[in-house]
Write a protein that binds this ligand. Structure first.
Ligand SMILES: Cc1cc2nc3c(=O)[nH]c(=O)nc-3n(C[C@H](O)[C@H](O)[C@H](O)COP(=O)(O)OP(=O)(O)OC[C@H]3O[C@@H](n4cnc5c(N)ncnc54)[C@H](O)[C@@H]3O)c2cc1C
Length: 312
């Protein structure tokens, strides 16, 4: 642990009376179940705790990353030199007058969709079955079935790199396919409000069930260790999206294996950890998949899953 990390640990203990965990295995915090130890690890239970922890990390100059559910991450085999902040700030409220739901950034997406459906608020059906937190969903503009977070976000409350709080609309987040400005800025999402539309609960529930059923036909079984689609669907020069899974399938990668990682038999855009895979296995397999698609189609596939290197 370097001096900045030690300085953070002292300040955090002073401010909260709690000690960060040391050498926390990151495979416990990612659906891929891959990743070595992070020097320091804490969990924050409210937006104000999250804000305070990020403030202390910035003041100490320690390298840090805020994570949500870890459903889109590949941690390094060497872990993480610095501080991982697991955001557990939950809580949500429905605002009937403005037809919005306001939620803390670690609100679970399935909690949002489930509660909205039960109260007769539609608009979030496309999110049914996408695991993770609101923060992770906005960061990567998560979506399915032609809709994404950019279509429902009303307002985001951000912690800026300077430590201030700002409220911004969707246009300022520069949303694109699986992209938001949060990917290149150091802003942290504290909370957000999403636009809803009243609808009968049984109709919302039926649409959600249909989406979940469609997903379960494509995806590996529930207990599988994987982070969803590995590559983005490439956008061709004519503006149309091409399914990465189809391109990969045509190159014969189905079932291809490197060490403990393999291409899922049922869908070629899923890399699964089915035999104690390392990040090195996954990166090796992904490189071979990309090489084949480039060779056959001249298309460079871009990763949707985010690799978190051990050091900067
Ligand atoms: C079975 C399965 C199915 C999936 N299906 C889909 C799908 O259909 N569509 C889709 O888009 N994705 C899908 N995914 C991927 C994943 O569910 C989404 O990317 C999800 O939004 C990740 O949320 P998370 O909270 O787990 O984020 P994490 O994986 O923890 O983090 C993702 C990124 O967000 C950043 N981040 C998290 N919280 C904040 C915050 N508060 N402020 C700033 N940055 C933050 C992290 O630093 C990290 O870079 C799937 C994954 C799995 C395992």
């Amino acid at each position: 642990m370097n001096e900045q990390a030690a300085e953070f640990a002292r300040a955090y203990e002073r401010e909260t009376g709690r000690s960060p965990r040391r050498d926390e295995p990151m495979n416990r915090h990612a659906s891929f179940r891959i990743g070595g130890p992070a020097d320091l690890y804490i969990e924050t239970a409210s937006p104000s705790e999250l804000k305070a922890a990020v403030g202390l990390a910035r003041a100490a100059g320690v390298r840090h990353r805020v994570i949500g559910g870890g459903f889109n991450l590949l941690f390094d085999d060497d872990g993480y030199r610095g501080l991982i902040i697991r955001n557990s700030a939950r809580g949500l409220a429905f605002r009937t007058a403005s037809e919005t739901i306001e939620a803390a950034s670690a609100a679970a997406v399935d909690d949002l969709t489930g509660k909205a459906a039960a109260l007769g608020w539609g608009g979030l059906e496309f999110l049914a079955g996408i695991p993770g937190t609101l923060g992770g969903a906005i960061y990567g503009n998560a979506g399915a079935f032609g809709r994404a977070m950019c279509d429902v976000l009303a307002e985001a409350r951000l912690l800026t790199p300077e430590g201030g709080e700002i409220r911004v609309g969707p246009e300022s987040l520069e949303f694109a396919y699986r992209h938001s400005r949060l990917k290149k800025s150091a802003d942290i999402l504290l909370s957000a409000s999403l636009r809803l539309a009243p609808a009968p609960p049984d109709r919302i529930r039926a649409a959600m069930d249909e989406n979940v059923a469609l997903r379960s036909r494509r995806h590996p079984p529930r207990a599988t260790a994987y982070p969803g689609s590995f590559f983005k669907n490439p956008i061709l020069p004519d503006g149309c999206k091409q399914a990465a899974g189809f391109l990969l399938e045509q190159t014969g990668v189905r079932g291809l294996r490197v060490g403990g990682a393999s291409v899922f038999q049922g869908h070629c855009n899923f890399i699964i950890n089915d035999a104690g895979a390392t990040a090195r296995d996954v990166l090796g397999l992904a490189a071979e998949m990309k090489r084949r698609v480039l060779e056959k189609y001249g298309i460079v596939l871009e990763e949707e899953v985010i690799f978190v290197p051990a050091s900067a």
